[in-house]
Design a protein around this ligand. Sequence first.
Ligand SMILES: Cc1ncc(COP(=O)(O)O)c(C=O)c1O
Length: 459
Amino acid sequence: MSAEQDGTPAARLARRARQVVPGGVNSGQRSIPGLTDLVVTGTAGARFRTADGREFTDFHAAFGPPLLGHNDPDVARATEEAGRSLGHMGVGITEGEVHLAEQLAELIPSVEKLLLTSTGSEATFHALRVARAATGRRLIVKFQGCYHGWHDAVSLNVISAPEKVGGHDPISTGILPEVLAATLVLPFNDSEAVRSAFAEHGQDIAAVIVEPVPHNVGALLPHQEFLRTLREETTKAGSVLVFDEVITGFRHDLGGWQRISGVTPDLTTLGKAIANGAPVAALGGRADLMDLFSTTPGAPAFFAGTYNGHPSVVAAALATLRKLREEPVHEHVFRLGDRVRRELTALYDRLGVPAVVTGYGSVFVTYFMPGFTPDAPPRTYRDLLANDASLFVGYRRHLTEHGLFELPLNLKRSHISYAHTDADIDRLLEGTEAAVGAALAEGGVRDLSHTSTMGGALA
Ligand SMILES: Cc1ncc(COP(=O)(O)O)c(C=O)c1O
């Protein structure tokens, strides 16, 4: 029965949404084919409920913020308390903002000074703006498969169709061609390509921006030598190196991937897990760069935002940070993540399904393609072109029949939180076996030399 004919409250609400909200959702990747009546009514820990009375164990986790789990009680309490005592003033500063900046500067190697924004996109936007302000240069370098938000300079070459790889592949219309032309797109993990780009354009490159682990296409683990090459080439050319740690920051380590890798960028962007789901993000880095922002009177790079540093979200970030520092959160999610990767790998071996389970810490993803192992995982976007998208999406659709939710969009990663338990992982393993079986029965593993449908799934 179609949503239009179905009279359930969920279907009616979803239909009303489509009448007043374009597409019925408020962000580009929330409308899922086959799940158009998904109306969420409640979240708690590792679960969410829907208006039609279903409950799911959530491995999507809103694209990553709730590292502690949904509605963490300590974060909720801190937010409520702040809401009762401190409204948003839009003048001066609050004690919470100072505490937060001090702690982030202490934890994250590159951060000497830090500014708050509401979203990761704003943080990456300002990183590139200040890089251009500092260098007086035009070009930005990004990498195929990385996502840095919705603004024009970086809105290209995320999940590209095979024939688009190697050229400019904007994810939106409405972007000036000259803006796209000012962004060079290089293959991730390809040091030679980076050296060549710098040999040719070095004196015109303002910034290199990179997700140190490109999680917007699942998980491409970086070669250490690649990250070092980025550091060396940007330093030699006087360009600004930006690590976009909106996903990796806090989730993989309180010091971000830069602490794990020992490669320190000039600027760092943070978001998502830093406040367990409250809308706050940050841009931090070298003091000489950060002091170019107009929060310093007379400085040239304009920076503003009505909600920047809002007391409630700052309280959420401080409470999140406190819990991450005081409780064995990383230990728990890393253990469950290792278990998922290990046991899923064994499951696919037993089923004889060509697959590689990869990821890091609390993040996992299974690509359906032969030729890779957990010890030799895919490292480039081109590797991912062999993924069987129909099986990737198909088993995730069937997972919902077992009360399990991994986002049914191609190449999307999954997340484990502090609220997930071993019993949740047991259920995931059982459900995955059944769901993969059902997806295979529908179509079988298609010709694996065939490339996937790569469009339509970012964030
Ligand atoms: C690595 C990365 N950078 C930036 C962004 C943009 O953040 P936001 O959606 O908060 O604007 C995202 C969002 O998914 C992201 O994954």
